[in-house]
Design a protein around this ligand. Structure first.
Ligand code: NAP
Length: 300
């Protein structure tokens, strides 16, 4: 498995596994452990979490599985996120949904994530979404405290646009290591609005969430999904890929920005498909053909 070097002392597997949907899969601890080991066997060593996934339950489900084989911890990188407060039966004190990037919230959320994940460090902590009420000096103070205590090794952001990234970065003495953004051939917003350019400018590899458009690409009947699906089938045949999912992954992997797709499936064969997509190579013409089909028109 290829790896992407984020800093001198941190690399991610080129394909990451995402645990957003873990609680939906209804796996036992043993089944979750089996899935984790399967990922590791395929070379997927980086796992993406958030405090809020599964209404605050997914980190703990992963942690319980990891506790069955704690020696696996050092073979993986754990990414988790903070900064969103959900209304949830698991957080009765939250009366409305809101963002919170205060020092108090970040530190307490990381302490809870460490407990849930049954680990004593997080490899990368991301601010989940830009917070319009952010005090960047305070957020930076939280980061520094977490770094100095060894609880978090590195920091990044998610869903940040250029100005939000620059603002937070200007308060930090160390570089943000990634921006996790929605990115797929179906969802081009971050390609079109300069967010992907920002990652290339800063030499940071973006993590791509919902690389298969959250599964919509397989069944949605809106015009864009239908025409894109037809094009993906055509290119699947031309490249010998094993499914349109592989073409979608290959479209991200072909881009010079070292995009890191986050696989959202809990099914081993679909995870394997993502890994095998590393062997599917799109040329420039195929890449543009998919882009233009998604846009619905030729480039100007
Ligand atoms: N930072 C953020 O704001 C943010 C937001 C959303 C997600 N994320 C991260 O990104 C990860 C991936 O996102 P995602 O789950 O939306 O990714 P995705 O891969 O675009 O979508 C996964 C969905 O597609 C379905 N699927 C996969 N292959 C399929 C196939 N061949 N046929 C039919 N359905 C198929 C999966 O169902 P099965 O499970 O049944 O295979 C699952 O429901 C998440 O786990 C999370 O870690 C981050």
């Amino acid at each position: 498995m290829q790896r992407v070097q984020l800093t001198e002392d941190l690399s991610f597997s080129r394909i990451v596994h995402g645990l957003w949907r873990l609680s939906d899969w209804q796996y036992s601890k043993e089944q979750t452990l089996d899935l984790i080991e399967h990922c590791l066997d395929q070379g997927i060593t980086t796992f993406d979490h958030a405090d809020i996934y599964g209404s605050y339950t997914c980190e703990a489900l992963f942690g319980e599985a990891l506790a069955l084989k704690p020696e696996l911890r050092e073979k993986m990188e754990i990414v988790t996120k903070t900064g969103i407060k959900l209304k949830s039966k698991n957080r009765p004190a939250h009366t409305i949904k809101q963002y919170d990037t205060s020092k108090e919230h970040i530190v307490s959320s990381v302490n809870q994530s460490l407990k849930n994940l049954q680990t004593d460090y997080i490899d990368v902590l991301l601010i989940h979404r830009p917070d319009p009420f952010m005090n960047p000096a305070e957020t930076a103070e939280a980061f520094l405290e977490l770094k100095q205590s060894g609880k978090v090794r590195h920091f990044g952001v998610s869903n940040f646009k250029q100005s939000q990234f620059a603002m937070l970065q200007s308060y930090l003495d160390f570089p943000l290591v990634t921006n996790q953004i929605e990115l797929s051939a179906y969802q081009l917003e971050n390609v079109e609005d300069g967010t992907l350019d920002l990652c290339q400018e800063k030499r940071i590899a973006p993590m791509a969430w919902s690389p298969l458009a959250g599964g919509k690409i397989f069944s949605a009947d809106d015009e864009k999904a239908v025409r894109l699906r037809e094009k993906l089938v055509e290119i699947q045949k031309d490249t010998g890929a094993n499914g349109i999912d592989q073409v979608l992954y290959a479209w991200l992997l072909a881009h010079p920005a070292s995009i890191i797709p986050i696989v959202g499936s809990g099914k081993k064969e679909r995870i394997d498909h993502a890994v095998q997509a590393l062997d599917v190579h799109l040329n420039r013409e195929q890449w543009f053909d998919i882009l233009q089909t998604s846009m619905g028109h030729e480039v100007p």
